[in-house]
Ligand binder design. Sequence first.
Ligand SMILES: Cc1ncc(COP(=O)(O)O)c(C=O)c1O
Length: 365
Amino acid sequence: MNPLPTYDELPTPTVLVDRARLAANIRGMQAACDAHGVELRPHIKTHKMVAVARQQLTAGARGLTCAKLGEAEAMLPSGVRSLFVAHSLVDPRQASRISALIEQLDELRLAVTSEEHTEVFLRLAALTGKKLSVMMAIDTGLGREGVRDLAAVGRIAAALGRSPHAELRGFYAHEGSLYGVPPAEQAARVEETIARVCAARDGIDRSLPVWPGCSVSARLVAAASRGRVQAVRPGTYVFGDIALAKLTGTMRADEVALHVLATVVDKPASGLALIDAGSKALFSDRTAANIFAIAADGRELSVVRVSEEHGWVRGADVDALRVGERLLFMPAHVCPVVNLTDEVVVTEGGRVVDVWRVEARGRVR
Ligand SMILES: Cc1ncc(COP(=O)(O)O)c(C=O)c1O
């Protein structure tokens, strides 16, 4: 095995994970769920790493959530026994992969996301020759997947009930629309979410579990659950980003556990510095104010534009930067940043302590 590089030897751009902050984020979310008797089933789309999944499971996570079968397959070495693939699967060629996953797990849950989807999903289910455990998605304002008109819930449940290849095992929601809701209004929106998913569930079978809960809402959902919610599935909370630390007030900036180390490579004009991290390192997601990343050390420095290998840095502290200087940036949206790198460098107290592979990087099928 190659010896670990020192911090100063790291090439840039490099994705750094702060081990202590990551561990604190994992512990904190688990404790918030445990305190209210709600299961934590974290979404792995943010970290895509077996090393992180293992820590979540060791801390008490009941299972993992994935978007794609490829992510689920990549997480098997974590020792996970219960997986939920929260996506609208339709491809008949995926039947054998679903069967193989079921054989390697105690429990695999799949999603149905509308009447139209259910019809096609049931054809895929029949090809597996198995009885699939199914969670029904309810739209709670994001306007993506999930039943919009609750009148359809009964028809979907009936279609599942008629099939020998599916069994309705619960309801879920992804309230990603909370990312645009000010902190003061989040609790009210969470209550609406819980009420809506429970209303859908209550018309079918009150004993079925309800699983809402993204990173903005998970703690609020757990606190408001009062026996109505059985699990939450936050993902981004493990690392955090501008969205969670600056916009939604979900965590503090000094809890953010992932940064991109970049080098100032030029200062072409007053008020502007260029760094060697562009859309291929920081990704192209930005805040509503057009910020792609900010300096992690509190200096007033924002990446305001990216091309593939350059970031444009502006802000009050930009003229004090030196060409060749290295600094840490907090990305606007962390999940796609991880998906751009083969491995992350793990640090503790400013020292490099490990390197982790991103096993599910690019596993979008
Ligand atoms: C279905 C589903 N569940 C859970 C999550 C996790 O939410 P967050 O990114 O806020 O952690 C996502 C995120 O996209 C999702 O799509």
